[in-house]
Design a protein around this ligand. Structure first.
Ligand SMILES: Cc1ncc(COP(=O)(O)O)c(C=O)c1O
Length: 344
């Protein structure tokens, strides 16, 4: 194994050693197996390839200050995967199986778990795929549930930095009453091209509006939105955003810090009234924004509106405080009063 530089790790599909797999067939899940081939073999007609019958989760394991290993809120990820699997008509892995396989995956790949003190962690990626070979558009009770992991860096190093986001006037993420609130692979497919175009223009994030009326903020392509207004933490209430576990955690942290939390529709105009605005998700916890541009057509230069939250790179005090608090709980530096850490 090559020596990993924990300080310079990014957020990449780093190849570790073991993938843990269970198969659903004939009405039951098989005992989890470990494989070191790092590949799947499937029928070319498998549902997953043609009809995107696939969903996933993302959670992290941390080596804490006292040496213990903690998965952060895996019960929440298990519940969300179950909700998504039901939506797709797939076999549903139980919470016990989900957590056991995540634990096993981390333990089998322990040499890749970043030590405490580098801001790095182990990203754990459970994946559920429909593997039955078929042409019909109907569910079939056959699936592979696999858990893999990769060491990932803190993204920001020691210092949070803000970045730019764009609202693309000519792209939507999720249809009304569609699949937006489920963690299915197909939702992400629709964001690949707009992300490429946005990145080429120097934007880190894409902020989508509700596709029905385009009057309210929904979420980013890869994370939820929150804004800070005085002592309030405000986050969208919408049927088409993913119920983010980081957002849920931050709402509790905000309450613990004496803030008020509002979960409600956020009209686009209200973006002008926030002191701070950010994305939140497992991968980077918080993505603070320096500004959000609205571009009627993403591919064209015209910007119709700019909402500014501070100079490029700078981060507001509330986002900084929330970020530090949640990271300190994950790293075992302060009390985990809500029992969010699941020790392996
Ligand atoms: C579209 C989308 N929204 C929100 C999130 C944040 O969810 P969580 O905090 O559970 O990682 C993610 C990332 O996982 C995401 O892909």
């Amino acid at each position: 194994m090559e020596q990993i530089d924990w300080k310079t790790l990014g957020f990449d599909a780093y190849r570790t050693r073991t993938v843990v797999i269970s198969r659903f067939k004939d009405g039951q899940w098989s005992a989890p197996e470990k494989t070191e081939t790092f590949s799947f073999t499937m029928d070319p007609f498998a549902q997953v390839f043609h009809y995107a019958i696939s969903c996933f989760e993302g959670l992290k394991a941390f080596r804490q200050k006292d040496g213990r290993i903690a998965l952060f809120r895996p019960d929440q990820n298990a519940a969300r995967l179950q909700r998504t699997a039901k939506y797709l008509g797939m076999p549903v892995p139980g919470e016990d199986l989900f957590i056991r396989m995540c634990e096993e995956c981390v333990l089998e790949n322990l040499v890749f778990l970043p030590p405490y003190g580098f801001g790095a962690s182990m990203y754990v990626r459970p994946l559920l795929m429909g593997v039955h070979p078929q042409m019909q558009l109907t569910p079939y009770p056959e699936a592979v549930f696999a858990v893999m992991c990769a060491p990932v860096g803190s993204y920001y190093g020691t210092q949070l930095k803000s970045c730019a986001a764009v609202i693309p006037g000519n792209y939507d993420r999720a249809a009304p009453k569609g699949s937006g609130s489920y963690k299915i692979g197909a939702n992400y497919a629709a964001t690949f091209m707009p992300y490429k175009i946005a990145h080429e223009q120097g934007y880190t994030e894409l902020l989508y509006l509700n596709s029905c009326t385009r009057q309210y903020v929904d979420e980013f392509g890869s994370s939820n939105f929150f804004g800070i207004k005085g002592n309030k933490y405000v986050t969208p209430l919408s049927d088409s955003v993913l119920p983010s576990i980081t957002n849920k955690t931050l709402q509790q942290v905000a309450l613990d810090l004496g803030m008020e939390v509002e979960k409600r529709q956020i009209p686009v105009d209200e973006l002008a009234g926030f002191d701070e605005a950010a994305g939140c998700g497992t991968a980077v916890v918080i993505t603070p924004l320096s500004h959000i541009d609205i571009k009627p057509v993403l591919e064209e230069p015209a910007v119709s509106r700019v909402f500014r939250y501070g100079p490029d790179g700078e981060v507001g005090p509330v986002s900084t405080k929330l970020y530090k608090r949640i990271r300190a709980i994950q790293d075992g530096e302060i009390e985990d009063a809500h029992g969010w850490c699941h020790f392996i």
